[in-house]
Design a binder for this molecule. Structure first.
Ligand code: ADP
Ligand code: MG
Length: 277
């Protein structure tokens, strides 16, 4: 048997919004190369869990360890530097930036030239400032900037290429000209460009039709085959069933079942949670 290395360890994680206990003390681990899905009814705390692990939200209490080291809470940049990349439930691409620039945005947290502007990534309106700074620097290239641009270009290309042939031909097009499915692919390519230790996907197939969903499934299967460690939040059970080594079921902020897709779908508590709404 393969020896399993723990990538993520979450203990006693809690986060409330006003009186709502969105995540009410959960514990789970993810091992290297594992594909773990989180399912549960609407409002059960799935996105909040992803937001906590990726540093978008600060926990009220609890511990998040990535390869044994504490992830600094409340900062997506620090989570990204630690090796955690994510996509958002509602998709976030910048319409006026090209596909390649959108992928590049994901890399500015790791490159030295953009580091002074790094904190701006926090503010939606200012997110593109690091890119403009990067372009301005490129006009008077020092050897260091030139070397960093080389690395950047290679990483952007690999981010695009790793998500199939659909994006590479569109690299120079503004994102607003893309189909919905391609915008979501762009977002995944951006996350992949970071070469993350852990990839978090929040409903990557939301709003996609059946053939687009199946294609996302194939691409995720390929990532899994390459050994990428993944946490998937998804409503579409065909994806969950096809891909998951393990499924975590949440309801009202708690984990109510963990097991293989077959195990959790036969679980009384899970059936009740879904039928009870
Ligand atoms: P899921 O992704 O499983 O549908 P969420 O994690 O988005 O669930 O939400 C869990 C609960 O926390 C819901 O009751 C939701 O309304 C609440 N919630 C989530 N985010 C916020 C927020 N930023 N402010 C207030 N309430 C929130
Ligand atoms: Mg959600």
């Amino acid at each position: 048997a393969q020896q399993s290395e723990q990538i993520l360890s979450v203990t006693g994680l809690r986060r409330s919004f006003g009186g709502v206990r969105a995540v009410d003390g959960i514990d789970f681990e993810v091992n290297r190369g594992e594909f773990v899905s989180i399912i549960g009814p609407n409002g059960s705390g799935k996105s909040t869990t992803i937001n906590l692990v990726s540093g978008v939200l600060r926990p009220d209490s609890g511990r998040i360890l990535l390869r044994g080291s504490a992830v600094r809470h409340g900062s997506p940049e620090d989570a990204a530097e630690a090796g955690i990349a994510r996509t958002f439930q509602n998709g976030r691409v910048f319409g006026n930036l090209t596909v390649a620039e959108n992928v590049e945005v994901g890399l500015h947290t790791t490159l030295g030239a953009a580091r002074p502007f790094r904190s701006l990534v926090r503010y939606p309106v200012l997110r593109w400032v690091p890119i403009l700074a990067e372009l301005a620097l490129a006009l008077l290239p020092t050897p260091k900037v030139r070397a960093e641009r080389e690395i950047l270009r290679a990483e952007v290309d690999s981010g695009l290429a790793r998500f199939g042939e659909r994006l590479s031909p569109r690299a120079g097009d503004p994102a607003y000209t893309l189909s919905y499915a391609n915008r979501r692919r762009t977002e995944i390519a951006r996350a992949l460009a970071l070469d993350p230790v852990l990839l978090l996907l929040d409903e990557p197939a939301a709003g996609m039709n059946q053939s687009e969903t199946a294609e996302v499934g194939r691409q995720l299967a390929e990532l899994k085959a390459n050994g990428q460690t993944i946490i998937l939040v998804e409503h579409k059970l065909e994806l969950v069933n096809q891909l998951s080594d393990r499924v975590i079921v949440m309801d009202e902020g708690s984990i109510i079942a963990v097991g293989t897709p077959e195990q959790v779908q036969a679980d009384e508590k899970v059936i009740e949670a879904y039928l009870g709404r």
